[in-house]
Design a protein around this ligand. Sequence first.
Ligand SMILES: NC(=O)C1=CN([C@@H]2O[C@H](COP(=O)(O)OP(=O)(O)OC[C@H]3O[C@@H](n4cnc5c(N)ncnc54)[C@H](OP(=O)(O)O)[C@@H]3O)[C@@H](O)[C@H]2O)C=CC1
Ligand SMILES: CC(C)(CO)C(=O)C(=O)O
Length: 290
Amino acid sequence: MRILVFGAGVLGSQLAVRLHEAGRDVVLLARGERLAALRRHGVRLTEDDGPAVRAVPVPVVDHPGGDYDLTVVLVRAHQVDAVLESLAPTGGDVLFMLNWAAGPGPLGAALGHERVLLGFGAFGGTMDGDVVRARRAGAVTRRVPIPVGEPGGRSTPRLERIIRTFRSAGINARHEPRAAAWLTTHAAFEVPLGRAVHAAGGPVALAADPAAVRSMIRDIRRSLAALPGPPVPRAFDALHTVPEALLVPAFRAFLRSRTAVHSGLSDTSPSAAAEYDRLADQLRAVGLPG
Ligand SMILES: NC(=O)C1=CN([C@@H]2O[C@H](COP(=O)(O)OP(=O)(O)OC[C@H]3O[C@@H](n4cnc5c(N)ncnc54)[C@H](OP(=O)(O)O)[C@@H]3O)[C@@H](O)[C@H]2O)C=CC1
Ligand SMILES: CC(C)(CO)C(=O)C(=O)O
């Protein structure tokens, strides 16, 4: 299977490295200074705050033409329109593994509905210059599955092949029959979370302000309560049933944890803010507060 990873940021770079090191035929698509840096050194990466940066020579391209069986898109939600334009004339399956709450419809309308699959790159990290700081897998995060699914929910040979390929690279991929609902639930949680973190200046700064954490929890609850169906996974129901007096310290501990600190929540760049704005628009379009 020839694989193109579209987007050479935190998650795209990690996915490409894992597939490359597992011996898969994978190419990473980048642009601008990132492309120049990757051509110079390959992907430079380390774990968490570790000093031991290694360079992995993943092949790099600057355009998506080249007969790939699978393109995995790992850009931010507000960057998807341009990606759709550049992928429209190409062929092959396209797996979107980003935060996205608009369902498969607009993706299929641009590319052909039969080409689209949905998923989420549930591994974390941050960029430090041109070094990717991948979040080291812990006892819990190691077990968190990477959901992938067909828009219609069924299992298909191409989906099974993708899951097998990812697993062969140590990626804990799992078939998610309700991938679109999973992504909408995640966005309903992540938009109020991410915006509160941005307003505070980072996850640790938010943790230091219990009133802001309480207000964020109320926003998350309002957002999840407005979902058109039950949350996916149902574990999100706990955010309604667990009393606020317990949720505030639990969220404060999470915000100080390695899981949050070594994740996109620590990215307070304009691009991260623009993604929350786009996701909020998508949520409002399906009746959530956004
Ligand atoms: N980082 C994390 O811990 C997590 C991230 N996510 C989600 O995963 C998705 C990807 O996140 P992440 O990897 O952190 O994001 P990044 O911003 O680090 O990476 C996106 C990359 O895609 C590139 N890109 C965007 N559009 C194009 C284009 N048209 N052509 C070429 N390159 C392009 C960007 O380039 P440029 O910089 O030039 O715009 C950037 O290098 C997001 O939806 C995010 O919310 C989910 C869980 C955790
Ligand atoms: C921590 C959080 C909620 C935000 O990026 C996340 O989705 C992840 O890293 O998997």
